[in-house]
Ligand binder design. Structure first.
Ligand SMILES: *[C@@H]1O[C@H](CO)[C@@H](O)[C@H](O)[C@H]1NC(C)=O
Ligand SMILES: *[C@@H]1O[C@H](CO)[C@@H](O)[C@H](O)[C@H]1NC(C)=O
Ligand SMILES: *[C@@H]1O[C@H](CO)[C@@H](O)[C@H](O)[C@H]1NC(C)=O
Ligand SMILES: *[C@@H]1O[C@H](CO)[C@@H](O)[C@H](O)[C@H]1NC(C)=O
Ligand SMILES: *[C@@H]1O[C@H](CO)[C@@H](O)[C@H](O)[C@H]1NC(C)=O
Ligand SMILES: *[C@@H]1O[C@H](CO)[C@@H](O)[C@H](O)[C@H]1NC(C)=O
Length: 592
């Protein structure tokens, strides 16, 4: 009897617990993008956040805070809406309710479990043909584009000979607007498919006027999955990007997507992207146009309020006590000319030369602290995706990188001694701008040895303008799109990246210098390929031993494991190199 009573009481308590938890879900179930809150009676708070389209971010089109500037015209093809790619003339259709028709939508799966929407471009210029449909997660405002093409020769575009189904959502028990069927064009010999067709009926799309086109194979290139757009159960939708990317690569980001459904078609035929066979750089912005673009989109950079190590111009560092050291002659370092003209040029990142600051404590400390007044950013103008886009890479120089801090279980911030400290720290953010219309598409934030691409619709803009806000992390100076704390290393412990607004901030558009790009004369310091600081070896063991004394034994192993996950650059095994030595100099930002 007693036992039964206890069991009963436990059950009662459990349900009271569930009820209370339910209330708190109602409190936390607010979508910060829309402020729409929801309560879920099934007990899975984030399973069905949206029971209808109301309030889904994708229902609103993204708009830049300010109108885009008009471009000074100078005879080039930048901003002319269409690009001659040799055999095909191509134009970019911005997806909106006036250019496109939504074919299908689901309210589940994908980022934030808000589902995906699929659009067919419908308002396209005369004689242009669509090459595929566009897919976007519903957790973002509608913002994207797709390319459509015009056949210049009469034999470069062909209708498909048939369609093959690559997936459907009939068996997925998800909240959706009827099932969707995904069709891949089967192309005539010598032609390739670039995108998919989507229907809401099981009938194959017709091969007539409204079909999507196949592209002659020599005007296409291999593509690969870019970002994940939607995934649920056995089905994945990914946007596609050229497999080979970089300043010399001809592959064009086309804006289409692929659909993979496990066990549907074991080997669906591949999808391709367009190729710019002409690639004459005439679509790149001129010097004057670049100036207008940078004035419009120059990032607004916030340093952390506790930041000790500010950026500076490189010339300020050279003028304030940077020395060139040479292997074998370590005791007699040479002062660097303020314009960097006596830095060794070319070669490779061997250890023959390196920079360091004056030994005198006071002078050294001064250089390390940087100088916001003199700070300049350095721009590298890169063609991307066969010169259909321009990357404006914004490089910042910090004379010194401060030490790292760890969050470890309940310890909020554990200083890692001198681990992470080094002379000479190059960081960058990249603006990726459409050469069709001058619109900012994405911004890349470099974060240690990786980084994040953020679409313009997810950026924070400085009040009233189109300047994205960038947060530089405390001491490490990694670039982030949001304030807050990001832990590197995964889970609840890791290296801290602390970002916050402060009065240590500046508009990168105020002081800048274009250092590289078509027709630009490069400053001598850019072609210095050795290290901007001495190679350092942090004594991780000494640090661990000193910390171990204050940690309970059962935590020491965890700390050691975490430290071993710290990226190599933080462990000092490779010194800081200049912009031109990084793989991204000629490659894409995301090279893996
Ligand atoms: C959401 O609510 C918060 C606080 O009530 C407010 O500051 C914010 O502006 C709101 N966001 C939107 C998109 O309405
Ligand atoms: C298109 O979208 C805009 C903004 O999102 C909205 O104001 C307008 O009413 C929509 N038009 C149609 C025809 O749906
Ligand atoms: C660039 O702009 C300046 C004035 O801002 C003008 O004098 C010059 O002619 C322009 N250059 C070209 C190539 O259009
Ligand atoms: C939909 O997909 C299922 C497999 O998931 C397949 O058996 C079925 O034939 C497809 N339906 C249509 C109408 O294509
Ligand atoms: C060492 O530096 C001194 C002073 O700059 C120079 O005269 C000498 O030639 C250098 N020796 C070597 C081996 O580079
Ligand atoms: C750099 O400065 C040195 C003297 O410090 C001068 O001789 C040289 O001409 C300068 N070079 C350039 C490219 O300005």
């Amino acid at each position: 009897m007693q036992l039964l009573y206890e069991t009963y009481l436990k059950f009662l308590l459990f349900f009271v617990f569930l009820f209370v938890k339910q209330l708190s879900w109602a409190e936390t179930g607010t979508n910060p993008l829309t402020n729409i809150s929801y309560v879920n009676s099934l007990g899975y708070p984030f399973k069905y956040p949206y029971l209808s389209s109301n309030g889904l971010p994708v229902e609103t089109s993204f708009k830049f805070p300010s109108p885009l500037p008009s471009m000074p015209s100078d005879g080039g093809n930048f901003g002319k809406r269409s690009i001659d790619m040799g055999g095909l003339e191509v134009t970019q259709i911005s997806i909106s309710n006036s250019t496109s028709h939504r074919v299908w939508r689901t309210y589940e799966g994908g980022p934030d479990n808000m589902g995906v929407s699929i659009f067919e471009p419908t308002t396209i210029p005369r004689n242009f043909f669509k090459l595929g449909f566009y897919a976007q997660p519903n957790n973002r405002q509608l913002f994207g584009w797709i390319l459509v093409a015009k056949d210049v020769s009469g034999s470069n575009l062909r209708p498909p000979v048939d369609y093959t189904e690559v997936g459907n959502t009939t068996t997925l028990l998800i909240k959706q607007e009827g099932p969707a069927y995904f069709w891949q064009p089967l192309c005539p010999n010598g032609y390739h498919a670039v995108g998919l067709y989507v229907t809401t009926s099981p009938m194959k799309p017709s091969l007539g006027q409204n079909s999507i086109s196949c592209v002659r194979s020599d005007l296409t290139e291999q593509s690969e999955a870019d970002t994940w757009v939607w995934r649920i159960k056995d089905m994945t939708i990914s946007s596609l990007r050229p497999a080979t990317r970089g300043v010399e690569a001809t592959g064009v980001f086309t804006g289409t997507f692929s659909c993979k459904q496990l066990n549907f078609l074991p080997h669906p035929p591949p999808l391709f992207c367009l190729k710019n066979t002409k690639f004459d750089l005439s679509s790149m912005p001129s010097e004057n146009q670049t100036r207008v673009l940078f004035k419009t989109y120059s990032p607004w950079i916030y340093l952390h309020p506790k930041e000790d190590f500010l950026p500076s111009s490189v010339n300020w560092v050279f003028a304030n006590g940077a020395l060139l050291h040479k292997k074998g002659n370590e005791s007699i370092p040479v002062p660097i000319h303020p314009n960097g003209s006596n830095l060794p040029q070319g070669g490779c990142n061997d250890d023959l030369f390196w920079l360091d600051y004056l030994v005198d404590k006071k002078a050294r400390e001064k250089v390390k602290r940087g100088d916001l007044e003199s700070t300049k950013v350095y721009l590298h103008i890169k063609p991307m995706f066969g010169a259909t886009f321009t990357d404006i890479v914004v490089w910042l120089f910090f004379p010194y990188n401060g030490n790292a801090h760890l969050k470890f279980l309940f310890i909020k911030s554990l200083s890692l001694g001198n681990i992470g400290e080094h002379v000479g720290d190059w960081e960058h953010v990249t603006l990726r701008i459409s050469n069709f219309n001058g619109e900012l598409w994405r911004v890349y934030f470099s974060e240690h040895s990786g980084g994040t691409l953020v679409d313009a619709c997810d950026l924070e803009f400085m009040q009233g303008g189109n300047k994205p806000v960038v947060y530089s992390s405390l001491h490490g100076h990694a670039m982030f799109s949001k304030p807050g704390v990001v832990l590197q290393g995964g889970g609840k412990s890791g290296i801290r990246n602390d970002m916050a607004r402060s009065d240590k901030c500046f508009d990168a558009g105020i002081g800048y210098e274009v250092i590289a790009g078509p027709g630009v004369v490069e400053p001598p310091w850019l072609n210095y390929f050795r290290k901007w600081g001495p190679r350092v070896h942090y004594r991780i063991d000494i640090f661990l031993n000193s910390v171990a004394k204050i940690l309970p034994i059962f935590l020491r192993k965890g700390l050691r494991k975490l430290i071993n996950k710290i990226p190599l650059e933080m462990r000092g095994q490779d010194g800081p190199t200049g912009p031109k030595v990084k793989v991204t100099w000629t490659g894409d930002e995301q090279y893996s």
